[in-house]
Design a protein around this ligand. Structure first.
Ligand SMILES: O=c1ccn([C@@H]2O[C@H](COP(=O)(O)O)[C@@H](O)[C@H]2O)c(=O)[nH]1
Length: 272
């Protein structure tokens, strides 16, 4: 099944645009996992089970696993999601971009080794760095466009001949690069005006929107600016605000409550 079909099905059937980010940080784990050798796996699967019916996607960030030498746990967590919650797409947040011959290996890593349904990429090196990923025709790709961090504007807001660089990325994605129909854009909830600008250039492209929760992005402003004409089209990520809602024995329930509140705030803003 294509990535966009999986997303569409979750948006429609589960009525949710929420994505839970799986960014496991040992120093913030619940006390009961402190001595567990499988803490990363157990924590992520606990969060997955507690929130699965509330999400349209899960987004593990590879750095949290690689820094711990826990790529095997990442692989098993993705297998766990596919086996126990079929139909929920997994977006591997890897942001890998390089020359084409190297990207063939990054694409294999994401789609064959980890079996992700979608990956995040930097478009900074241009189209031939995206091409190797497009060979996996059913897989999704979210290209960094207007990131949620403060310093993103040092480059992304530059005027490149009548439009800003992030708008050029959005235009190229919508009009030239999207040969599989599976491309999307990363646009931070922290910049609703730019979200609206991206939506004008790319009316039908899915947007991965980090920046709500711990980064303080305004859900109502982001949803109003970024939803498509059907009131969908967004994958709104929240990580820390959900993952670390409690360190106590109630960590699963607390994560679920935080996820539910976020999903409901998103739905209220889209009038769903
Ligand atoms: O512009 C971007 C692109 C990616 N991210 C990633 O999203 C999550 C955000 O986590 P929170 O805990 O909800 O802040 C994290 O994995 C980032 O690497 C982003 O924040 N901004």
């Amino acid at each position: 099944m294509k990535f966009t079909e999986m997303l569409e099905a979750r948006w429609r059937n589960q009525n949710t645009l929420l994505c839970v980010g799986l960014d496991p940080n040992r120093s913030r784990f619940p006390e009961e996992l402190a001595d567990s050798p499988n803490a990363i796996y157990d924590f992520c699967c606990g969060i997955v089970d507690a929130t699965a019916d509330l999400v349209c996607a899960f987004k593990p960030q590879i750095a949290y696993f690689a820094s711990e030498g826990a790529e095997d746990a990442l692989k098993r967590i993705i297998e766990y999601i596919h086996a126990n919650h079929p139909g929920i797409p997994v977006i591997l947040d890897a942001k890998r971009g390089d020359i084409g011959s190297t990207c063939e290996h990054y694409a294999r890593e994401a789609f064959e080794r980890f079996k992700a349904d979608c990956v995040t990429l930097s478009p900074y090196m241009g189209e031939d760095t995206i091409t190797p990923y497009l060979k996996y025709e059913e897989k999704g790709i979210f290209l960094l466009c207007r990131t949620s961090n403060k310093s993103g504007d040092e480059l992304q807001m530059l005027d490149v001949g009548g439009e800003r660089l992030f708008e050029r990325v959005a235009r190229l994605t919508a009009e030239k690069w999207n040969r599989t129909g599976e491309l999307g854009l990363v646009v931070g909830a922290t910049y609703p005006d730019e979200l609206a600008a991206v939506r004008r250039v790319a009316p039908d492209i899915p947007l991965l929107v980090p920046g709500v929760g711990a980064q303080g992005g305004d859900i109502h402003a982001a949803v109003t600016a970024g939803m498509d004409t059907r009131g969908a089209g967004m994958v709104i990520n929240s990580g820390r605000a959900i993952l670390y809602a409690s360190k106590g024995a109630d960590w699963r329930e607390a994560a679920r409550q935080a996820a539910e509140a976020t999903r409901d705030a998103i739905n209220a803003a889209r009038g769903a």
